[in-house]
Design a protein around this ligand. Sequence first.
Ligand code: ADP
Length: 610
Amino acid sequence: MTLKRKILTGYGVSFVLMGLVVAWAIANLIALGRATDAILSENYRSILAAENMIDALERQDSGVLLTFLGDDGEGIAQYRENEAVFLEWLARAKDNVTVRGEADLVRSIEADYGAYRKLFSAPGGPRGAEAAARPGVRYQQAIHPIFAKVRQACIDLRNLNERTMYAASVRAGDVARRAIWSTALVAALALTAALAFSLLLSERLVRPLRRVTEASRKISSGDYGVQVPVEAGDELGNLAGEFNQMARRLASYHEMNIEQIIAEKNKSEAIISSIEDGLVVFDTNLRVASINPAARALLEMPLGQGSAPSCADILPDERLCQIIRAAVENGARPALPDERRVIAIRKGETTKECLFSVTAIRGGDRRLSGVVLLLRDVTRLKEVERLKSEFVMAASHELRTPLTSLGMSVGLLLEHAAAGLAERDRELLQAAHEEVQRMKALVDDLLDLSKIEAGRIELEFESVSVATLFDHAKAVFKNQLEMNGVSLTAELDAAAPPVRADANKITWVLTNLISNALRYVGKGGHIALAASVIGPCAHLSVRDDGPGIPPEFQSKIFQKFVQVQGREAGGTGLGLAICKEIVRAHGGAIWVESAPGQGSKFIFTLPLAR
Ligand code: ADP
């Protein structure tokens, strides 16, 4: 049954019950009406007839008495007039015989009244022929008794009907009382039945809705297995069916999601485990949240260690812990050059060199949730680099002596024998001399660089003022600057504190940077030296108004043999690499700020002397 039909049935039952009460009340009213009607039609007419008969009879009797008094005309007229009235009412009484005993009474009235009339119509009139002398006796003995009998019979008829009328009115009162009570009873029963039915129906309608509400609440709290019983085939049953379908779909989505999440988690764990580099995830309290097997092996951490160890417990280098702490506090990736991102980890007899990188982890809401430390074992690479540097050092050392004597020999030849040579031979000798000088410069640079890389160079640190360093460098280029028409200025704060440096090596760095600048600024160009103090470091810079350096080369030119394409102006490509190594050995950093066409500014830092 549909919901609409159920509601209509509910209304229908109420209407039927209401109709029942109304019908019952109408039936009672009709019964009451009938009882009253019966009183009126059955008894009232007979009472009226009896009353009128008594009245007419008494008037007739008065007429009779008038005749006895000698007024025959008046007496007879009165008698006749009321005789007609009496007979008319008697006829009505005969027509309205309804009560038991009434017929006998009417019959006796009729008979006695007939006798009464006979006496009046007897010869000599009512007074009679023989009793004319004693009229009073005749009236007393013959007429009055029969008059009194008829009158009494009429009174009896009236009384009989009055009694019956009283009994009928008592009956009508009973009917009315019964009607009131029975109507009230039927109404109460109907109301109770309607109330019970309404409660039953509303419960039947509300129960499925309540179940769906309860089930929705369970689903929202994560219980996807909930189902609602489908009780009926109506709209609420359909709703329950659809709801169950939805709950099943939600459950399968949920399962799918969980499976997907587990699969993704397993995948990322497998990826992390299979990474050859060591990977450690720290939470924001710097405790290990996750670590892969490579990192465990590297840091010699046994499996299943109790509580999560802290950063200081597993890392041998306090500096790295500070970098990780700074990453947690700032939420930024620390900007460190590669050479400062190496730590040594002792493993038994051997020492592993590891390149590390520290990255802050941010969730979808951009909140910092931890830090990832990646450790790459570069021991072998470092070893290869060291061997390479040693080979380059040995080779350049071996080449330097023959190249020096070759250079000297070619130089002497140019000096003493060139005058006797043909023009073309002299040119060849000159070219050989230049190439030997270039090769010697290259070998010198290579030797210097490999010595620094191999840590074979001894730095003699001293407290030296930046002004002194600038003066040394300027002195080297005095003639060259004049020849090229290039100006060199130095801006320096007189109160600038001294730096801790090997003055010769830093002068070498400055002269290399100035010679590069000199090579790239045109005639009339300008080179500016400057120094400032930022934090615990002095920033020294060499700025020129030359062609500038393209962005893609700005970090590469500090590598060995890298030159900006199309600008190979006879250099070896090793100058900036040597500068970088010297600055690094001082604990500083070097970089360039430049834009094509807008000159270049090489900056390097040195620690302040304490
Ligand atoms: P090189 O011996 O070639 O000068 P460097 O290592 O000193 O080697 O320099 C590397 C390259 O960087 C140079 O070849 C040049 O292309 C570029 N370079 C260096 N200094 C400047 C400068 N001041 N202006 C423009 N380019 C420069």
